[in-house]
Design a protein around this ligand. Structure first.
Ligand code: ATP
Ligand code: MG
Length: 278
């Protein structure tokens, strides 16, 4: 089964509410092309993680429909053993919290786990795990216990574990949280390289700089759980939009006897003059 030309993921009027009726997404229309580098942005609670979970087939639309690889993604589709295996091999999710992703006694076991589920020999699976560890410079951690690693190291291992399956689509939820600048740069380079290799990469993030450096397309959710804007990464230069969806916040500053506001972001320069205090 190969993706027919056209979007890899197609969401039409997708809404979702968690048990108890709490709305999490409202009538989302979205096409995600094969090979896209997409950043999903929005304030806390706007629905970013929910959108990723829907795309990963962990939850299903309450209204509307989601198609992936030319097929409607619902309980029924993912209960089919063959389609489930096909889908899970192609779409991988790096959770925000690495602790819920990592469960193996060693880093090697963690990274070999996925390949061992594939239709290849145990030797080939082990080789693949070692290759991925090598590629991500993680070989020195090979025999460590994942739970004893630092947050950034855990994130790297979680990414290695999903890459070892060879997915076409990588979903990452707030991957730069708690990463130091060097690891963040490492992740950005890795994602750009995976993008050049043709992977479809979708990340949810509050990190405007990461989104600007990484994405060729962005989706911005508002606090009503709707798409406020979707389009090229240039949208991130729209300060008014970012303020409206609470991705930027306005600070009031008092300088001398004058007061003024300015927005706070790394993208938008702080274009204001501080008057000398009298
Ligand atoms: N398991 C759950 N049960 C009930 N409500 C939930 C659950 N998970 C999320 N929600 C609610 O759904 C809405 C969307 O949450 P979601 O986690 O998708 O937002 P988010 O944009 O990822 O936020 P954050 O930036 O804080 O990660 C929020 O109002 C949230 O309270
Ligand atoms: Mg989230």
């Amino acid at each position: 089964m190969s993706a027919a030309r056209g979007p890899l993921f197609e969401l039409r009027g997708v809404s979702y509410a968690y048990p108890g009726g709490r709305a999490a997404l409202d009538k989302v229309d979205l096409d995600i092309a094969e090979g896209a580098r997409l950043a999903i942005l929005g304030a806390n609670g706007s629905g970013k993680s929910t959108l990723l979970k829907l795309i990963d087939g962990l939850i299903f639309p309450a209204a509307g429909a989601l198609q992936a690889f030319g097929r409607t993604i619902d309980e029924q589709a993912l209960e089919e053993v063959n389609f489930n295996a096909y889908f899970r091999r192609r779409v991988a999710f790096v959770f925000q919290d690495s602790d819920i992703q990592l469960f193996s006694p060693t880093v090697f076991d963690e990274v070999a786990f996925g390949p061992l589920q594939l239709d290849i020999s145990p030797e080939a699976a082990a080789r693949r795990a070692d290759d991925v560890l090598e590629m991500l410079d993680l070989s020195p951690l090979r025999d460590r216990q994942p739970h004893q690693l630092s947050g950034g190291e855990k994130k790297k291992v979680a990414i290695a574990a999903v890459l070892a399956i060879g997915p076409d689509v990588l979903l990452l939820d707030e991957p730069t949280n708690n990463l130091d600048p060097r690891t963040r740069a490492w992740l950005l380079d890795l994602l750009l390289e995976l993008g050049r290799a043709g992977k479809t990469i979708i990340l949810a993030t509050q990190d405007l700089d990461m989104a600007a450096d990484f994405a060729d397309a962005v989706v911005i959710l508002n606090e009503g759980h709707q798409i406020a804007a979707a389009g090229p990464a240039m949208l991130l230069a729209d300060t008014e939009l970012l303020v409206a969806v609470n991705l930027l916040h306005e600070h009031w500053h008092r300088h001398g006897r004058t007061a003024h506001s300015h927005t706070h972001s790394h993208l938008a320069a702080h274009e204001h003059e501080h008057l000398p205090a009298e």
